[in-house]
Design a protein. Structure first.
Length: 196
């Protein structure tokens, strides 16, 4: 009896996880569809009150009045991203600006601000995976300059193919685990009944 309760509880958890992954897959599909619309949308001038979360990957224009000294962040095959914090801008709040990329770490450009065109993305997030379990705030927004600024190499453009949506395969896995658990338990019960 106890084994049956444990197996049924485990199967219920696996089914619940499969349904959760199904819902997450639908949310991700809607998000990717919104991103695709944003990529093709007309350029938006960032101003006070702009909802940054709804405009990810949209072409934007920003007037940065004052910028801090840039920092470097890793960019994989592109080398390093050069990112400056725009302290005062048409947005009315600080926002990061990815000026461009450079192949190796080295001298950073002296960019103090100006007009930026490009697309809206998210800034690198230094929070650990453990911290992300309790801290659910989205990564801060960032303008990726296009064309690049301060004599730097070009930034990569928005690429929807890099946004994974593997929730449906996870859903199938959880449902398969539930089915396999029931089959194995059924075989074990049948063997037990035959012995009895």
């Amino acid at each position: 009896m106890f084994a049956t309760i444990v197996v049924l509880a485990a199967v219920a958890v696996m089914i619940a996880l499969g349904l959760w992954q199904r819902d997450r897959g639908q949310e991700k599909e809607a998000l990717i569809a919104r991103f695709a619309r944003n990529v093709d949308a007309p350029q938006l001038t960032l101003a006070r009150g702009t909802d940054l979360s709804l405009n990810q990957l949209r072409p934007v224009r920003l007037d940065c009045e004052d910028a801090a000294t840039p920092d470097l962040a890793g960019a994989g095959k592109y080398g390093f991203r050069v990112i400056a914090q725009c302290r005062r801008s048409s947005l009315g709040e600080p926002i990061a600006v990815q000026l461009g990329t450079q192949a190796r770490p080295g001298a950073l450009p002296a960019w103090k601000g100006g007009l930026v065109t490009g697309y809206l993305s998210t800034a690198p997030d230094s929070r650990s995976l453990l911290r992300l379990l309790s801290d659910h705030r989205p990564a801060p927004a960032m303008v990726v300059a296009d064309p690049p600024l301060a004599g730097l190499s070009a930034n990569p453009g928005p690429d929807l193919s890099e946004i994974p949506n593997n929730h449906r395969s996870y859903m199938v896995q959880w449902f398969a685990f539930a089915a396999i658990a029931l089959i194995i338990y059924g075989v074990a019960l049948r063997a037990r009944w035959r012995k009895a």
